[in-house]
Design a protein around this ligand. Structure first.
Ligand code: DUC
Ligand code: ZN
Ligand code: ZN
Length: 470
């Protein structure tokens, strides 16, 4: 008797390094054996399927309050159900500090929101909006020691923005405590200037959001963040990189040996600024309002090159869902007066893996290994979850996604599990879908539908590997 609880038999195992035919034996929620002809108490036939490390979506917004009464369409229950159905086993949502709030109290609040509701494992990044001496001197160091080893800072938004002095202060603490800083790099003043100019011209439709959040403003802020990080000598991640211009700044930094990591997202390969036009400059365009906004075909080509050549370490969803209709939605009286009031964010946690697989692997733009690296292994390594998560190896959690690379069907809102009332990817033909997601050896989704009760928990994370390598 092997003592295995479950064997995933006959599939093709895929990691960031290789692919091979093997059975996977699971005991007590972990991978106990990888080999041929394994037997166990239970068996899943994976013939014809790929067996991937469960997806890790390292950039997800769930149940975040907003300052204007709009309401996020997903809490931890619906957001993680949606994630599981889309082939993910871990998501990293944000704990957003409200100005004036203690960072510790903020984290406790998000634990209350998440407790008992998670269908995948979760682990919070912090968002620091109020870097007071108390936050920088005591709370942040203590939280990093407790396993909250990454944090995000914003270079725009009135209620979130840090000025340059504050950014430098946060970077300094991050260097000392070895916390990984994620930077939302868009220049606040440039966006405000462009917004005012567009409004003065009567250009208030959602389409103009894309012009106000110009790529030049993203490029400038990316370079400024890189320069600050260089001054302090701390690694950073530039998140949700939208196009060629900010990419060039990241490549410039890398060529000088700086530790600048980069993330991009589905909206920058599957949408363009034209989508924000809607039907005829109408409010339909609000469905695509996110920041940074989708760009053009040239940027899309640059992003693909970056996904191939390693400019990007991470491919995350930036799931930030707001409904398009009803109370608290994108469509509210203020948003009808100007794009600047349309909530920034689109749903995507359930469609991230299918879009990258279909557009990337199925169309021959990236290898299977690169797909796994971008969507699971690299996020695990960069955010302190490896080797428990992010690979298929003896001793790792049995977080696995069985994937049918042959199935073709369109994305459609009716079959998604998120709390949003639309998908920006409606009708997009996808070849390659997840058919079963297992979290620590237990099935959490099948054929696009979540199964069973919430079994996920919150993970304390180690210090990022980026601090260890040189
Ligand atoms: N930044 C994000 O990371 N997500 C949604 C909106 C934003 O500005
Ligand atoms: Zn952001
Ligand atoms: Zn985000």
């Amino acid at each position: 008797m092997s003592g295995l609880d479950l064997v995933i038999a006959g599939g093709t195992v895929v990691t960031a390094a290789d692919s091979y035919a093997a059975d996977i034996g699971i005991r007590d929620g972990r991978i106990a054996q990888i080999g041929e002809g394994l037997t166990g108490a239970d068996r899943i036939d994976a013939s014809g399927l790929l067996v991937l490390p469960g997806g890790i979506d390292a950039h997800v917004h769930l149940d975040q309050p907003t300052s204007d009464g709009t309401v996020m369409a997903d809490g931890f229950a619906s957001g993680t159900r949606s994630a599981a159905a889309g082939g993910n086993t871990t998501v990293l949502p944000f704990a957003l500090q409200i100005k004036g709030q203690s960072l510790r109290a903020c984290v406790e609040e998000y634990h209350r929101k998440a407790a008992g509701n998670c269908h995948t494992d979760v682990s919070f990044h912090l968002i620091v909006t109020d870097p007071t001496p108390q936050v920088l001197g005591q709370e942040l160091p203590a939280l990093v020691r407790d396993g909250y080893t990454s944090l995000k800072v914003f270079m725009t938004y009135d209620d979130l923005v840090l000025n340059d002095a504050q950014l430098l202060d946060v970077f300094e603490v991050a260097r000392r405590e070895r916390a990984l800083v994620m930077v939302h790099a868009e220049g606040h003043d440039a966006i405000k200037h462009l917004t005012r100019r567009l409004e003065d011209q009567g250009r208030t439709a959602p389409y103009y959001h894309g012009q106000a959040h110009a790529q030049i403003a993203e490029r400038e802020a990316t370079h400024r963040a890189i320069s600050h990080a260089q001054l302090i000598d701390v690694p950073i991640v530039i998140v949700h990189v939208s196009g060629r211009d900010p990419m060039e700044q990241i490549q410039w930094a890398r060529a000088r040996g700086l530790k600048v990591h980069a993330e991009t997202c589905p909206q920058y390969i599957a949408l363009t600024a034209e989508d924000l036009r809607g039907l005829n400059m109408d409010f339909e365009g609000a469905k695509y309002v996110c920041s940074p906004p989708p760009r053009d075909a040239d940027s899309e080509a640059a992003i693909w090159q970056g996904l191939r050549d390693g400019t990007f370490d991470l491919f995350s969803s930036d799931h930030c869902p707001f409904r398009i209709e009803g109370p608290g939605s994108k469509d509210n009286p203020r948003a009808r007066t100007s794009f600047k009031w349309v909530p920034n964010g689109i749903p995507g946690v359930e469609t991230r893996l299918p879009i990258l697989f279909s557009e990337g692997v199925s169309k021959g733009r990236i290898s299977l290994q690169r797909f796994v690296a971008l969507t699971s292994t690299n996020p695990a390594r960069l955010y302190g979850l490896y080797p428990q998560k992010g690979s298929i190896a003896i001793g790792a959690d049995a977080d696995l996604t069985l994937w049918d690379p042959t199935v073709t069907r369109p994305i459609c809102q009716a079959s998604l599990n998120h709390g949003c009332d639309y998908t920006p990817y409606e009708g997009m033909e996808i070849t390659g879908w997840p058919v079963r997601t297992l979290l620590r050896g237990r099935t959490i989704a099948r054929d696009g539908a979540p199964t069973g009760q919430p079994q996920g928990g919150h993970l304390a994370r180690a210090i990022s590997e980026t601090f260890e390598n040189g």
